[in-house]
Design a protein around this ligand. Structure first.
Ligand code: EPU
Length: 294
């Protein structure tokens, strides 16, 4: 790492030194993402409390240091060159509390845990509760927004606020948290009354999606009423490969990492898929995956 980056990383470490949590200097991000891709962050910080998460965000904002928050590491592509700033990992923040009308979870609580507690519509979706809220994660059966009561966040002016669901500006795979890059500090959810076994839903996913390789799930949003996977498939791109990144033969909206894929390989395939679908159908595919620029 260049001397300048080293200095940046060390001063960032000092900025966070009094906060409860674990800090890792120049830590490769690939192991923390479902894609298994990404170079080192200057500092990867694992806050031990939600207050420390909020304070780290506040300090990064104040000092104008680039920062990102990750939970399950799904739906994100970090550059091979890494991230020159702070990455905050919510892995320690998994507390859950029963409420009268549902549950309250911290952002690192896994989606699979929500499914076990009854949120069957998200069966098979990887990631954490915080990420699910930011992305308004969902399946064809529904999205998390239908179950959100309120979300605690840190506003740009530094105050902690509780936003009721109607103020979260949920839309297809987006929310005010994604639009304005606001951190999710906790979420209140109501759980469906009907209990549904999820084995069939998981088997269906296994049958139609390439779950045996690292990936970030669907790369593109579906244009209104059409599957992006179907479009890429019809454009003849299944199996297209750059380096160790490949457009899945099982579901063309997935790019899989065959082992040593790099972010640049994935970006080439993204461009190829967009061009091919535009050529064949005149449609512009937009990204569901968050691509962090280098
Ligand atoms: N199809 C093809 N070729 C392909 C992929 C799909 O012909 O390569 C066809 C399928 O045969 C089917 C249709 O397209 O007739 C729809 O496919 P699918 O049922 O797989 O649904 P999708 O619209 O492609 C959406 C979500 C998935 C979610 C599934 C199931 C988006 C972008 N995708 O996929 O979400 O798992 O429904 O609920 O909204 C994700 O967000 O990461 C994700 C994978």
């Amino acid at each position: 790492m260049a001397a300048e980056s080293r200095d940046g990383a060390l001063s960032l470490l000092r900025l966070l030194e009094d906060l409860p949590g674990e800090r890792r200097l120049e830590e490769p991000l690939a192991p923390y993402t479902t894609f298994r891709i990404g170079g080192p962050a200057w500092v990867l910080f694992f806050p031990h409390t939600v207050e420390a998460l909020a304070e780290a965000v506040q300090r990064a904002r104040r000092e104008d240091i680039p920062y990102r928050i990750i939970g399950g590491g799904a739906k994100v592509l970090f550059p091979d060159t890494g991230f020159p700033g702070l990455v905050i990992h919510t892995g320690w923040l998994r507390h859950i509390q029963e409420m009268e009308n549902g549950i309250w979870v911290e952002p690192g609580f896994p989606i699979s845990g929500l499914v076990k507690r009854g949120l069957w519509v998200l069966a098979g979706v990887p990631g954490s509760a915080g990420g699910a809220v930011v992305m308004n994660a969902g399946t064809r059966y529904g999205s998390i927004s239908s179950y959100v009561i309120s979300v605690q966040t840190l506003l740009p002016n530094g105050t902690v606020a509780m936003l009721p669901s109607q103020e979260c500006r949920f839309s297809y795979r987006s929310s005010v948290f994604r639009e304005k890059r606001l951190p999710v500090l906790g979420v209140g959810l109501r759980l469906p009354e009907e209990i549904r076994p999820v084995a069939d839903l998981l088997a269906e996913r296994q049958r139609t999606q390439p779950l045996d390789y690292p990936s970030a799930g669907c790369v593109f949003r579906n244009p209104e009423g059409i599957s992006a996977g179907w479009l890429i498939d019809q454009a003849g791109l299944k199996g297209a490969r750059v380096g160790d990144a490949k457009i899945s033969e099982k579901h063309a909206n997935f790019i899989v990492n065959l082992g040593q894929a790099r972010a640049t390989h994935v970006l080439s395939l993204i461009a190829e898929a967009q061009e091919a679908v535009y050529r064949s159908f005149g449609l512009s595919l937009s990204l569901e995956l968050e691509v962090i620029s280098s």
